[in-house]
Design a protein around this ligand. Sequence first.
Ligand code: XMP
Length: 525
Amino acid sequence: MSNLFSQKIIILDFGSQYTQLIARRVRELGVYSEIKAWDARIDASLISDASGIIFSGGPESVTDGANAPKIPEILFSYKIPILGICYGMQAIAKFFGGEVQSSSKREFGYARLKKVNESLLLEGVADHRSEGNEEFLDVWMSHGDKVVRIPEGFSCIASTKSCPIAAFSNEQKSIYGLQFHPEVTHTKQGSSILKRFVRDICECDEVWTSDAIIEDQINRVRELVGAESVLLGLSGGVDSSVVAALLNKAIGNKLTCVFVDNGLLRKDEGDMVMQMFADNMGIKVVRANAQEEFLEALEGVKDPEKKRKIIGQTFIEVFERESKNIGDIEFLAQGTIYPDVIESAGAETGKAHVIKSHHNVGGLPSEMKLRLVEPLKELFKDEVRKIGLTLGLPKQMVFRHPFPGPGLGVRILGEVKKEYADILREADAIFIEELHRSGWYEKTSQAFAVFLPVKSVGVVGDARRYEWVIALRAVETIDFMTARSAPLPHDLLETVSNRIINEISEVSRVTYDISSKPPSTIEWE
Ligand code: XMP
């Protein structure tokens, strides 16, 4: 095993929405982390390889008796440092004979934490100091239950007004518990606390860096692929683009990419992809111009799910045809990233709280019998982006908003027509250009225009216009599972609307979508 993975932190997931955030924070500290479901098979080899274990928070209550998720006993039989966060802390308390009190009243938001005892975990970490040299931290809480009696061998290390046992430790055993959430940025010293745990208490070195990850992957890809050829479905999205750049570095002309232009891409997208990868980087890219094939297959189809299926199926047909033309391919590369792996693991055990079933363009045609290369399988999106930058991909491509596999096909409501796609492309390009110009692009997680196939009246100059409607959508979100409409300034919306109506004669009205997810979704279909 390479040096990169020789020290790792295991995150035991009790179902918190912040579990992935904990794993990312640990990696930001330069240490590899891996998420395991609390009820996954946890064997001795997994634990003996770990340098530390973190228990996440979770939606359940340890007071629920047999139904409550429990910490596998085996974890305490090794001398590995342990940190429990929120539910994780309560589960530790329960395991060692402490008492947890259930409450339906939640404490949510900022709290001022006072350190009440020395501990390795909070040593040197403080936001404020009183004249009497007491130390305080601004932390973020989100809990109902709390520990009300400390287990034997543990001591309270920090308190808040409403939660007297807000942190505890057993320094001898290197077991720590925090009622608040160090993984969220609202806890100002959260990263320093996790650093104390990961780097000082678990004694991990800072080895998980972009350069090291790239070098490791290049070696692994070369070892796996040998002299064989690799095929990659390039979509122009961040993940497949980073795979292309990485494989190009690892195996050069043994890589061939297939880029399917389905006629549902954004303005100039096809040309941009060809220019960046084929012209600038010298990667072999086959561009399949299949616009008509997709539009024909979609003719007369209004139902969003049917459209998705047709687009997915047509993609596979085109992709297979092109791959057969290339011939002599042994491996298929995919831009699978770590959250996909976690989600499908969750889906297998039926434990995942929300499972996305989106069709991803680039999906594996199973009958092709190709072996898989998935060099991003261990990485979070932000790590993929960092690697993309290190590999020399331009910033505007690496930080591009996500684009759904079915593309404009789900942003043209009802039947898809070329005429509609052309109008939408122009409107979308104006919106995105103005977002960049005003500095709002980076402040939103996803923004796009939607084509509404309804006609509305307008007056342009002296003429009456009876044309189509464009809706603008811009959202802020962390995980795309929940989202809120971005509070774009009125001036900006007005500029975008004026430009769209003036520059695109087929549009007479522009609206801004202010719905949240839930109950709405981000896409309109
Ligand atoms: P929704 O509309 O479900 O979108 O709130 C959440 C995120 O998923 C993207 N999305 C898709 N991605 N194929 C994809 O590859 C799809 O069919 C699809 N539908 C939605 C959407 O753009 C957003 O980022």
